[in-house]
Design a protein around this ligand. Structure first.
Ligand code: NAG
Ligand code: NAG
Ligand code: NAG
Ligand code: NAG
Ligand code: NAG
Ligand code: NAG
Ligand code: NAG
Length: 344
């Protein structure tokens, strides 16, 4: 019975198929081609819209089979997996690395700020690399230097090497940054480098620090060595005992000039991924450092610096011709510089 049934179905199939098969087959093939076409189009569109992303991910997957980091899509261009020429990243090869640059001006607290960053086990800020003139002779030497830093091939006392999660440098505005700002912004935006813009609010205090530092360069009261930063209150007191005379005539033009440079720097680099910090705020408010660590996407740590502030307390104690300075700034927009004080 079963055989009969079987035979019957087979038979009926054989009988019917020669008539219907070509039409059914054609319809199936047509549908298949249509579905394929739609699928290919979708893939193409996807690749066009997220072209760079796909390329980036493919590249990395080819280089190193690291697991996908759990990040937001906007972060992808800022996440890197450097492959240093000089050593192996070993157990940290799959730890993502962020690139940064601290842009600042001399005597604006960037030295202190950098020691704070370098107190983090996963941050390497390699110092004022472009203070050496040949490295900033032209855009090519600047890019070569940056490539080496961001590939984790730059060796300094700050390098944490394999387990670095954020690598960068300290860069003063007058070290080629203003001159080559266009090319540098382009490099930052194509290579995914973030900028920390660090300035000082009280430019009069900054001026005292510059004058005192320049005096120290010649006088060297600390056993004949010039120190831009100190690690003890004793040394700080010796350096602060020098009280500069400020030329009251040129004071306002100089303050205005510094203000202009700061404004220009902010303008030039605002199209990079950036954070703006003021030295005074970091001193007063320790959550600013948490904000910086969040910006660099490193695990949050309590950061310590051994540096001691040199010029503490009221400014009137640090300027020889205080009365002249007070007169010069009284009633101007810079008047607040006279009164700014720190608790630390
Ligand atoms: C951070 O500072 C503390 C206190 O000075 C020190 O014990 C620690 O070794 C520092 N960490 C790094 C990575 O420099
Ligand atoms: C850039 O400067 C370096 C070092 O001063 C020099 O060797 C090189 O030829 C310069 N390159 C260009 C393109 O000017
Ligand atoms: C930070 O460095 C430590 C080793 O010092 C390493 O174990 C850890 O994975 C690093 N963290 C990141 C986020 O790279
Ligand atoms: C100079 O050096 C001596 C010996 O190292 C030290 O005891 C002294 O405190 C130093 N003085 C200053 C001003 O740094
Ligand atoms: C202040 O600077 C101006 C311009 O450089 C100069 O002519 C003047 O002599 C200076 N005044 C003092 C008191 O040094
Ligand atoms: C300290 O800084 C944080 C983060 O920037 C900010 O939210 C907070 O308001 C600041 N606190 C004070 C007292 O200024
Ligand atoms: C500052 O100016 C005000 C008037 O605007 C005056 O009363 C005060 O004495 C001035 N102070 C100094 C130190 O010149």
């Amino acid at each position: 019975m079963a055989d009969d049934l079987c035979f019957f179905t087979k038979d009926s199939f054989i009988l019917k198929s020669p008539k219907k098969s070509p039409l059914v087959l054609r319809t199936v093939v047509l549908l298949f081609v249509m579905v394929c076409g739609v699928y290919i189009c979708t893939i193409c569109l996807k690749q066009i819209s997220t072209g760079s992303t796909t390329e980036f991910l493919n590249f990395r997957v080819d280089q190193k089979p690291c697991p996908e980091p759990n990040i937001e899509p906007w972060e992808i261009p800022y996440v890197h997996y450097p492959n240093p020429k000089t050593y192996s990243r070993a157990e940290c090869a799959c730890n993502p690395v962020r690139y940064f640059a601290i842009m600042s001006m001399q005597r604006s607290g960037s030295g202190w700020f950098e020691t704070l960053l370098n107190n983090h086990t996963n941050i390497s800020s390699n110092g004022e690399i472009f203070s050496v003139k040949v490295r900033r002779s032209n855009v090519s030497t600047i890019f070569e230097t940056l490539d080496r830093i961001y590939n984790l091939d730059w060796m300094s006392s700050a390098s944490k090497n394999e387990c670095t999660a954020a690598v960068g440098l300290k860069w003063m505005l007058n070290q080629g940054l203003m001159q080559h700002h266009k090319e540098i912004v382009e490099y930052f935006n194509t290579r995914g480098v973030s900028t920390i813009l660090l300035f000082r609010r009280n430019l009069l205090r900054r001026m005292i620090s510059i004058l005192a530092n320049s005096y120290d360069r010649d006088a060297k009261p600390l056993n004949g060595t010039h120190k831009s930063h100190v690690h003890s209150p004793y040394e700080a007191a010796i350096l602060a005992s020098y009280k500069p005379v400020i030329n009251a005539t040129t004071l306002i033009p100089i303050l205005r000039q510094v203000e202009e440079t700061t404004k220009k720097g902010l303008e030039y680099f605002k199209s990079t991924r950036h954070i703006i910090l003021y030295y005074e705020d970091v001193v007063k408010n320790h959550t600013k450092l948490a904000e910086v660590q969040e910006f660099l996407k490193v695990p949050k740590r309590e950061l310590k610096s051994r540096q001691v502030k040199i010029h503490k307390g009221s400014l009137s104690n640090h300027i020889q011709n205080w009365v002249d300075v007070e007169k010069a700034l009284n009633g101007t927009k810079y008047e607040s510089y006279l009164h700014g004080d720190y608790r630390k």
